[in-house]
Design a protein around this ligand. Sequence first.
Ligand code: ZN
Length: 236
Amino acid sequence: MPALLARRSLFAMLTGCALCAKAVAADGGLCETGIEQSPIDLKPLHGTVDTRTLPPLQIHYKIPALHVVKTKYSFETTVAPGNAIVIDGTVYDLASFHFHTPAEHRMGQRSFPMEGHFVHRSGENLAVLGVFFEYDTADNAALAPIWALLPATEAPQPVAPAIDLRRLLPPGQQNLFRYMGSLTTGNCNEGVVWTVFPTALKASRRQVETFTRHYPHTMRDIQPLNRRFLLRNSSV
Ligand SMILES: [Zn+2]
């Protein structure tokens, strides 16, 4: 086995990351030329879902959300160090989270009005948790302190009252899809470990529309699965 592959985790090999290495496009981005791009359809027309037992996803969120700041594409909520997830033995620290309307990932015919992305880092490597939101008549109380700060400003605005980040993750967190993909904004860099939960949280139509009013067009089109593995955890 080549040294490069030997350094990869079993998970990375299972999910096809051996395909990750490729020349970066002349413009510095992979948005047009990448073959392991995000988002994807989690019930792909071309390709299959590979159901297998995955190591438990560990989520250690302890520190509440900190600040809301305006970004180039949307807004993001930053958090203090101290929140982490563990995927296949690698610890990734939560850096920030943000939202897209409508949701970027799809499940066949099913699409969702909003999706949250929790972005984690382990050195240069990224892991993102994707959380769907579906409509409810009531506001999502955990989102309310963040939404109260929209539109975000360049200067960080403190989130008050502080929110427990665990309330922004769905129940049944071992029920998940996993694949190797990319950032959906910026240079679309690949090698991102994606975990998407099929169980949706709820948000009011008013909340989703408020976000869309401030940040329209935050969804990237579905990208082809190509030769990647799309895994669904069977140990739920
Ligand atoms: Zn995102």
